[in-house]
Design a protein around this ligand. Structure first.
Ligand code: NAD
Length: 476
């Protein structure tokens, strides 16, 4: 199998070592072999991005806009093929894989437009004979570090604004999903990406992670809290701008007056689709007393109808989890839950699929909000039900978490929905909708332990990827 190279200064270069990318649905179907960059190659990539900055930051907005829209169009043209690649390396169903490629295309399309739309203001000074102009300039060389669970959408929502606003990039995708990143860089290069403007360096965090934080002007990271904290330490020590999007422990509140079918679909979608491997997954189902038993019965019935198996097989609802380590971690959490007194209501068993992979039935547990299963991110097809007396208790439990990414409420009460939406401590909130599933043209991000720094996506993205300047001009 040919080893796919890294892209440094416009050249595809071999790495120090290589990694085989496995298909979590079928360990007999290797996806590809990818070069692993060395820390020295990351430094070369950073220097190449620095050299490219002087010309890229002053290209016309039309040139930048054209690159982004052409990338979007090719992604759309090839959505079936690239979606299948996402499914093979990340374990998503075919619909989820294709959907993610389409989402990436929409993001490139959106930022193609933003390229020619952003600007500053002309204001009168409070002093006579003076004008004030505010403008935005590129922040510089941006280090982009992404996780495996949305391998092209997250890459898109960082690379597209970085380029739109005139920055250059060193990009490290997750070592679990190097394939789609390699395809994306190929596409961009064919559509006119100049040498050094985006450099692709595959590698393990433990080996090249530190080098990714050195010599750059900004770092944007999406991944776990543990790694986010480490990156923040490096960034703050060198006073580098940093944006961190991390984990979640997202509550979905279900009130007595909820429409049962809506609540069940919100819970199933939010907790189990994409095998629960979404930062916005509904992992805490907070249910009031009078609907609790009906909701749990209906949810368990619906869970039993879900088909778990190889992600590209027909009719599959839930694919595998990403790797053995993750499967073991989820199974451990089920045991931790039991040890702390939680009840396993349904699921959790390993699934014997036609191909060797990391399959498990979605699991539902019940236990108090104080248990570890309700405090720590499990990141898999796992949710737990927390029984509460009324809205006030539900609201308090929803906010009783170290995280604050997404949240949701299922209710027909305008009063409760409004109170929840306005007061819950999360960056995203949903009324009668799953906690996961978002638009691309509006801000995205969380609070508390989930996020640090300015919002991503939509018009908000300009904050992180530019620095403001205020100019005073004497007219006399
Ligand atoms: P991870 O933190 O293990 O890895 C994320 C990236 O960081 C990978 O590219 C990895 O190689 C790199 N990395 C690892 N160690 C590093 C180090 N020491 N220095 C620099 N980089 C390093 O996360 P993951 O397992 O890939 O993804 C799952 C996590 O991502 C979950 O916690 C999930 O909630 C989170 N996530 C958050 C969002 C969000 O927007 N809030 C979106 C998707 C995923």
């Amino acid at each position: 199998m040919e080893t796919k190279a890294n892209l440094i200064d416009g050249e595809w270069v071999a790495g120090g070592d290589s990694i085989r990318n496995d298909n979590p649905s079928n360990l007999n179907d290797p996806v590809g072999t990818y070069a692993l960059a060395t820390p020295e190659q990351v430094r070369e990539a950073t220097q190449a991005a620095r050299r490219a900055l002087s010309s890229w930051s002053v290209t016309t907005t039309q040139v930048r806009s054209d690159l982004l829209i052409r990338t979007a169009m090719e992604l759309l043209d090839r959505k079936a093929e690239l979606g299948e690649l996402v499914s093979r390396e990340a374990g998503k169903t075919r619909a989820e894989g294709v959907g993610e490629v389409v989402r990436a295309a929409q993001i490139f399309q959106f930022f193609s437009g933003e390229t020619v739309r952003y600007g500053g203001e002309n204001l009168p000074s409070v002093r006579p004979g003076i004008g004030v102009q505010t403008s935005r300039e590129p922040v510089g060389v941006v280090s982009v570090i992404t996780p495996w669970n949305f391998p092209i959408a997250i890459a898109a929502w960082k690379l597209a604004p970085a380029l739109a606003f005139g920055n250059t990039v060193v990009f490290k995708p997750s070592e679990e999903t190097p394939g789609i990143a390699w395809e994306l860089l190929n596409i961009m290069q064919r559509h006119g990406l100049p040498a050094g403007v985006v450099n692709l360096v595959n590698g393990r965090g433990a080996v090249i992670g530190k080098a990714m934080t050195e010599g750059v002007d900004a770092i944007t990271f999406t991944g776990s809290v543990r790694v986010g904290r480490e990156i923040a330490g490096h960034a703050i020590a060198s006073m580098t701008r940093v944006q961190l999007e991390m984990g979640g422990k997202n509550p979905l509140v279900i009130l007595d007056d909820a429409q049962l079918d809506v609540a069940v679909e919100c819970a199933v979608n939010g907790a189990y689709f994409s095998a629960g491997q979404r930062c916005t997954a509904s992992s805490r189902l907070i249910v009031t007393d009078k609907i609790h038993d009906r909701f749990v019965d209906a949810l368990v019935t619906r869970m039993r109808s879900l088909k778990v198996g190889p992600s590209l097989a027909d009719g599959i609802d839930i694919g595998p989890v990403i790797n053995q380590r993750q499967l073991d971690a989820i199974q451990r959490y089920i045991q931790v839950g039991k040890d702390e007194g939680a009840e396993l209501i349904a699921g959790g068993e390993l699934v014997d699929a036609p191909t060797p992979g990391f399959f498990m039935q979605p699991a539902l547990m019940a236990g108090s909000n104080a248990l570890r299963i309700n405090r720590e991110e499990v990141f898999g097809p796992f949710a737990s039900v927390i029984r509460v007396a009324d809205y006030d208790e539900a609201f308090a439990v929803a906010n009783d978490t170290d995280f604050g990414l997404s949240s949701g409420i299922c209710t027909t009460s305008h009063q409760f929905a409004t109170h929840f939406r306005m007061n819950v401590k999360s960056g995203l909130t949903m009324v009668n909708l799953p906690t996961a599933g978002l638009d691309y043209h509006v801000p995205f991000g969380g609070r508390k332990g989930s996020s640090y720094g300015p919002r991503e996506q939509g018009k908000a993205a300009v904050e992180f990827y530019t620095v403001g300047k205020t100019a005073y001009v004497s007219y006399v």
